[in-house]
Design a protein around this ligand. Structure first.
Ligand code: FE
Length: 192
């Protein structure tokens, strides 16, 4: 099944429809969580907005797991095959042609933010979902002290941690939140 690509010469409306296409065609997978990818990302955007996040972080939350929709290895690839698809890198690279680093960098770093919080915040790791706990192992586990120090010094440290909090929150079964169309204007305004 052909999946959309964001070519450099695409118009804003073409980018928007490619994103809708990905959500519509591949958003119903779950990757081991209690909610679909579509519901998860919509919940994350909703909580980012409620939290008073910038438009960039709202769109980062909305699109942070788009990397999961871009590969064809199936939603149980981590569980069944023990393979990390590096969805944060897939997603941030996919988006980088049309979105600024304020959107793509928190996405690229949201797995590292989990590894950081596991090292630094008592109880954080125990509170992760089962799927996040499994993927943590494949993603390198808790950060070392040196890795934590380097991560804290990054420009997008705060945004990456904020996105990670939204990510952990946005896994509620049967929670009704606004649909993708609601964010169209903000997506268009964030396109570079
Ligand atoms: Fe997520």
């Amino acid at each position: 099944m052909t999946r959309p690509v964001l070519k450099a010469d695409m118009s804003a409306m073409d980018v928007l429809s490619a994103l809708h296409d990905l959500f519509d065609r591949f958003g119903d997978s779950s990757y081991g969580e209690a909610v679909t990818q579509r519901a998860h990302m919509l919940q994350c955007a909703y909580i980012a907005q409620k939290d008073g996040g910038s438009d960039a972080i709202i769109i980062a939350a909305l699109l942070h797991d788009i990397g999961h929709l871009l590969h064809s290895r199936g939603e149980r690839v981590a569980e069944d095959e023990g393979v990390d698809m590096c969805h944060e890198k897939l997603g941030s690279r996919f988006l980088a042609r049309h979105f600024s680093p304020d959107v793509t960098q928190p996405i690229a770093l949201h797995v590292d933010a989990k590894r950081y919080l596991c090292a630094k915040e008592p109880g954080y790791e125990a509170g992760l979902s089962a799927a996040s706990t499994l993927s943590l192992k494949l993603q390198g586990g808790r950060m070392s002290e040196e890795e934590c120090a380097a991560f804290e010094g990054g420009v997008y440290f705060d945004d990456a941690i904020a996105l990670r909090r939204y990510d952990d929150w946005g896994k509620k079964p049967n929670l009704a939140v606004p649909d993708l169309e609601v964010y169209d204007a903000i997506i268009l305004a964030q396109l570079t």
